[in-house]
Write a new protein. Structure first.
Lengths: 298, 294
């Protein structure tokens, strides 16, 4: 079987066909998928029922897996066995719907802000792979924005403005935007801001893209409010309908995207009444986009 | 001279001709303009080089003036303009642009967020009237969003869901969004949150509108993160291009808008340039919902 890509949003999102992701892949197949990821940035696979182990095995074709931050923050409240599997559901450890005031629900609402996965880590994330096990009747879409197209359509003055800028990212910034700040003193280390270049260059294609994320709280060297207002303007530009694609989930969809060149967000659904069980793997990023601050206190 | 109003954006923004704001108006002229404000929500006047006093006299035809105290962090002795004029410039009392890290400038950057003037006051504003005395060539547009059209375009389910919701508004919230949190105890007290209905009905036209503003920090009875993400969704819906108008300023333009039915924001510009805008605000006459006892 040959792997084929049918564009859903030209140059950005394609439906991939021609491989059974539950089985081991050949190096040629892996290379073909990577080429598809470089040409587009989001690939949609339909009808790919996966166990958690199979999802991890497929994902490892593209690099080392990251442990999710929430697994590190709250190791004792896990529903899923594997620490590499991000629990993107509205279920608690027992498998029941989370209540309206549940702190994990508050934390998860941050996924409704445009972000790149793990941009709060110094290396960011490479790909993320999200598998739909149970989907709600309506809502709960995942929307993607193409940060290469967003960069390329900036005017020359703005391109000059953003070149060389470095931003600070922390999970605490995105959660504070929604009024959530309950991380616990023991997690201060994990929410310390990291630095990223605002403009990054894809290692294979050489294309530049805007590295935006709701985890951004400041531009280094700028007054905080001025930095945030500018980042909001850039985000508004980057998430115009012409740069975005909404994925409407079906059970057993697997969507994979490149966090280096895209942002994404979830949309609202009746999460107090309907189950949405999605499982995510993320590939560790390699290399820094900007020099980090030495940790003064250590 | 007869007043004429031409469509800039049908049903939302009108361009007024046939009036000289440096002169007193007749009752009939005032009625024509009020009717225009009800039919549109934003009126644009060109070539109106009036004084502050003339701007105030014109504004008073539509109601009492709101005092600017309670709406900023500029101390009384540092003011450039009278207390019943809002200084929407980037200037200090010395007429020079404020320094990049000046606290007043950083506070005023909040005007780049979509908002409705004085939604943080228990009795929020009726009209705002903004006069461009010195304008910048690039950037600095003021954009307006039509909250009646935004409401009308909601699906029936969402309309039902929001009908009786009440929001908390405060300058603490809008400034917090941009990371401006260094407020004195006195300022925090001055910016104590107030309550506003999320859906308002215009007293003259009877049209409903979404009463949104970046000053919103929560919805009463909702967990804060859920409230904020819902308000963000509504604001994103309400500020889609089909509901918006961008005003590019020429010197001596006057733009007046109804804060009960619109949001607005200023866009980024080179703040080393002088941008001298002066606003009068016509006070509203009632609360939108009962307030908490102090």
């Amino acid at each position: 079987m040959t792997i084929t890509f049918t564009p859903l949003h030209p140059g950005f999102v394609a439906e991939a066909q021609g491989a059974d992701l539950s089985k081991p892949l050949t190096p040629d197949q892996v290379a073909a998928i990577e080429r598809g990821m470089d040409e587009f940035a989001v690939l949609v696979w339909r009808n790919q029922p996966l166990t958690d182990e199979q999802q991890c095995d497929f994902s490892r074709n593209f690099g080392d897996l990251e442990q999710t931050l929430i697994a590190q923050l709250q190791p004792n409240e896990r529903r899923l066995k594997l620490a590499e599997l991000g629990d993107i559901s509205n279920l608690d450890a027992k498998g029941d719907l989370r209540g309206r005031d549940d702190a994990r629900r508050m934390y998860a609402l941050g996924n409704r802000l445009w972000h790149a996965d793990a941009s709060f880590r110094a290396t960011g994330a490479g790909y993320s792979l999200l598998s739909a096990r149970i989907v709600p009747a309506s809502g709960g879409n995942t929307e993607f924005a193409d940060m290469r197209a967003a960069y390329e359509t900036l005017d020359d003055a703005t391109k000059a403005d953003v070149e060389g800028l470095v931003t600070e990212h922390s999970i605490a910034f995105s959660r504070a935007a929604l009024g959530f700040d309950d991380f616990g003193a023991e997690n201060a280390e994990k929410i310390r801001p990291v630095r990223h270049s605002l403009v990054r260059t894809h290692p294979v294609t050489g294309r530049k893209s805007l590295y935006l994320s709701s985890h951004i709280g400041a531009i280094v060297g700028w007054p905080v409010p001025e930095g945030r207002a500018f980042i909001r303007d850039l985000t508004e530009h980057a998430t115009q309908p012409r740069f975005t694609h909404a994925h409407v989930w079906r059970v057993d969809d697997l969507v994979m995207w490149d966090n280096r060149t895209t942002m994404h967000r979830a949309t609202r659904f009746r999460d107090l009444n309907e189950v949405r069980d999605m499982r995510r793997t993320s590939i560790k990023g390699t290399g820094l986009t900007a020099e980090q601050l030495p940790v003064a206190a250590e | 001279m007869t007043i004429a109003i031409k469509d800039l954006t049908p049903g939302f923004v009108g361009e007024v001709s046939g009036v000289d704001i440096t002169k007193p108006l007749t009752a009939e002229q005032v009625a024509t303009l009020e009717a225009g404000m009800d039919r549109y929500a934003v009126l644009v006047y060109h070539g109106q080089p009036f004084t502050d006093d003339e701007q105030k006299r014109f504004s008073r035809y539509f109601g009492d003036l709101e005092m600017s105290a309670g709406g900023n962090v500029t101390k009384a002795q540092d003011r450039r303009l009278a207390a019943d004029m809002a200084d929407v410039s980037n200037l200090g009392a010395d007429q020079k642009p404020l320094a990049r890290d000046d606290r007043r400038r950083l506070f005023n950057l909040g005007n780049q967020l979509w908002h409705s003037d004085s939604s943080f006051r228990a009795i929020p504003a009726k009209y705002s009237l903004l006069s461009g005395r010195i304008v910048v060539e690039k950037g600095g547009n003021t954009e307006f969003a039509d909250m009646r059209a935004a409401y009308d375009a909601l699906d029936a389910k969402t309309k039902t869901e929001i009908e009786d919701l009440v929001c908390e508004h405060s300058l603490i919230y809008s400034r917090g969004t941009l990371g401006f949190t260094d407020l004195s105890d006195e300022e925090r007290k001055m910016f104590t949150p107030v309550r506003q209905r999320l859906v308002r009905t215009h007293p003259v036209t009877g049209r409903k509108s979404l009463y949104l503003s970046s000053h919103i920090g929560t919805i009463i009875g909702w967990p804060m993160p859920e409230a904020r993400s819902f308000i963000r969704d509504l604001a994103e819906h309400a500020t889609q291009p089909q509901f918006c108008y961008a005003h590019k300023w020429a010197q001596f333009d006057l733009v007046m808008w109804d804060n009960r039915t619109t949001m607005h924001r200023v866009r980024r510009f080179d703040e080393t340039r002088v941008r001298d805008m002066r606003r009068t605000t016509v006070a509203g006459d009632s609360v939108t919902v009962a307030q908490m006892a102090a």
